[in-house]
Design a protein around this ligand. Sequence first.
Ligand SMILES: [Ca+2]
Ligand SMILES: [Ca+2]
Length: 408
Amino acid sequence: MTHPQGKWFKFFGLSLGIGSISLAFCANPAPLGAQENGAGKTETDANASPIERVQRGNVAATLNPGPASDGLCSAEPTLTITRRGKPLFDGPVANRVNRGGDDLLGLCRVSNLDVRDLDGDQEPEILLSNYSGGAHCCLSSLIYYYDRATLSYKRLDQFWGNGGAGLEDLDQDGRPEFVSRDDRFAYAFASYAASSYPIQIWRYAKGDIKDVTRLYPQEVYGDAYELWQRYQQIKQDFELPAIDQDISATGANLGPVRAVLAAYMADKYMLNQEVDGWKRLAQLYPWRDRPQFVTSLKQHLRDTGYITGSFTQRIDFQQGSSIGSAGGRLLRGDRHRYLLKARAGQTLDVTVPQGKVRVQIFKPDGQRWTRLEPGQRKLKRALPANGDYRLEVTAPEESGYSMVVEIP
Ligand SMILES: [Ca+2]
Ligand SMILES: [Ca+2]
């Protein structure tokens, strides 16, 4: 895969980049209508007409950005959507974009029209990107989706902040994921230009969009690795103070180091490798103010939901292998949920080599099927149905654990 964060590294100092299908255009925007990035795109005007048209299957959409009011922002963008030959939407793209809750964002430059089925239900969605105007903020995706109940199109706004998102089918299941970065790390530990970001992966389905980053451990691992390399680069590029020097006296700026380690720790939490992460951080950040840095970093990770007792993620089977593993640390009340796809008749073999934990296993229909009590190490049974099984791990008192799952 082309990793978007690679581009952010390249533009370190600008932090404008995004994925291969880019929604970014903060600096030096390309003329509207000049792209040819959609298989169904049928028109780009010889005079760089701003009108974009895309058709896929029975759905066709046309975006007319209207006259540019100040050379960058459009005055009155309009959109038409035709489904099965019937015009179902014809009007302005609303001039405010919902950022979540009541917080609204300006609409300045709407572009990158695409028509594609984002959730694999054979019904294409219409995708636009919006730039609100400003030095490097803000980007958002506008998704028009067909609502079968009202036989009309509704819109979902997804706010990305400074970074934008790229569309990429990471697991090649035919449904593309939005690959973005966690914008809450902008300015958190350094200036904007020196900030670093953990990866975020979002999935659209049925009029809703969700953060599914934990379901993509390979991508998160790749991101953590790139952040690690970035840390090494920063160490080379910046003259960092000696370990025993009083930082406040030298005036040294450790912001870029703190920022990259903050993003790295967020990824480590997503991988359930936080114990290893904190161990490494102790070596990577040897300066005297480490306790203060760790305290503020933990607070930030708590505020942004990385430090949490409960989560759901899919068990990651290495390619060609029937063995997957999981693990972490549980406090009382925490719940680690793992999903596992299997077929009826296959044998499920669960081993808990470490930890005093309870593993409850639920069938694809949601009914509890069987469980391992704290202290029990092994369970082996034939599975009764096809589908996603859920393994829930809890602990009667604080415990680390590891778990190996095999479906031979
Ligand atoms: Ca769809
Ligand atoms: Ca996918």
